[in-house]
Ligand binder design. Structure first.
Ligand SMILES: CC(C)(COP(=O)(O)OP(=O)(O)OC[C@H]1O[C@@H](n2cnc3c(N)ncnc32)[C@H](O)[C@@H]1OP(=O)(O)O)[C@@H](O)C(=O)NCCC(=O)NCCS
Length: 318
């Protein structure tokens, strides 16, 4: 068995098979078009690969995708040392081939391949099938809690200083504090736009919903970035840096109003170490154990300092 990088034709063949898993709301053709459109997005064009586990005859046994993501190691003097991490998505084995260890083999061979990349830091994935299968391949699960807030009527801009537009995304991302952790992942503006691209694709399939007019908000030094990001009619907070409970409340109040204005069903914010103590102080925010998308990390560098306090914002999801 061996690992190969898929050609465009092989990617299209996998799309036809994976539609049953990930194509809800879309026809087979609509799902293929979604996949092509997402692969053509600037982030994917540069940083995405599709990997195939093949047998000796060249038949495909399992597949997955990787997206390169920036990550940083803190040097003893506090400087950030940049490197490459890889977010893994769409791990798939056809039903008739399941239970024979193909996905595990794929993950093992892929990790060995990624370890050979010159600037490799870590691999990251979001398991929808629990931790066990990926733990076998060296992945450690991180906490996965969400905060839910109901949409609320009112002018979204009123509780905050400014609402952000798409063209503000890069500047706004630059305002966010980098995590305190000795190692962390950090998305690029193109990576965050990839989430919005998913929303642009799905919005026509979501009755009564429109694309949110804002992509986030600022108040004081605090910043939130958000969007409609998939087939769930929710406003997902992608990045969140609130310097106080008051700022967290103001940003989330703006998000609730934006969700209401866009016909979305709720606001979802992923808990991170830096916001965990503030969110219980936000009125109307409810903490919920996340279903699916369990973050799991595997070092690709032997001395990588991993901690359960490693932040994984929603903006890193693939
Ligand atoms: C998950 C999947 C990739 C596993 O492929 P596979 O080649 O059968 O994997 P392996 O043989 O290496 O390992 C199978 C293990 O996965 C577990 N598994 C598969 N689906 C699971 C699920 N929905 N929930 C929990 N565990 C699951 C099996 O129970 C088995 O565990 P065991 O060996 O401890 O009994 C395959 O079932 C699949 O394509 N599912 C649909 C797509 C999907 O959910 N992908 C994962 C996204 S994170």
């Amino acid at each position: 068995m061996h690992l190969v990088v898929a050609t465009d034709e092989q990617k299209a063949q996998r799309d036809a098979l994976t539609h049953s898993e990930w194509g809800a709301l879309l026809t087979v053709e609509g799902y293929a078009a979604r996949e092509q459109r997402l692969r053509a997005h600037p982030w994917s064009r540069v940083d995405m690969r599709t990997w195939l586990l093949c047998d000796d005859a060249g038949d495909v046994l399992a597949s997955c995708e990787t997206f390169r993501t920036d990550s940083f190691l803190r040097a003893p003097d506090g400087a950030f040392l940049p490197g490459d991490s890889f977010a893994i998505a769409s791990v798939f084995t056809e039903e008739r081939l399941r239970g024979r260890g193909h996905a595990t083999r794929l993950m093992d061979l892929l990790a060995a391949e990624l370890e050979r990349q010159p600037r490799a830091h870590a691999a990251l994935l979001f398991s929808d099938v629990g931790p066990r299968i990926y733990a076998r391949s060296g992945y450690q699960a991180l906490p996965a809690w969400d905060w839910h807030l109901a949409p609320a009527p009112g002018a979204p801009g009123e509780p905050v200083e400014a609402l952000l537009r798409e063209e503000d995304m890069a500047r706004a991302l630059g305002r966010l504090r980098r995590p305190e952790a000795p190692f962390f992942f950090w998305p690029s503006p193109a990576q965050l736009d990839w989430h919005l691209e998913r929303g642009r694709i799905y919005v026509d399939h979501l009755a009564g919903c429109s694309l949110p007019a804002s992509v986030g908000a600022t108040v004081g030094d605090s910043t939130a970035l958000w969007g409609l990001v998939g087939r769930g009619s929710e406003l997902h907070v992608l990045m969140f840096d609130a310097r106080s409970a008051e700022d967290a409340t103001a940003l989330l109040q703006a998000a609730r109003r934006e969700a209401f204005r866009s016909g979305l069903s709720r606001v979802v914010l992923w808990e991170e170490p830096a916001n965990a103590s503030l969110l219980p102080l936000v009125e109307g925010a409810t903490r919920v154990a996340r279903k699916g998308s369990l973050p799991m990390v595997r070092p690709l560098l032997s001395e990588l300092p991993l901690s359960p306090l490693l932040p994984v914002p929603r903006g890193l999801w693939v």
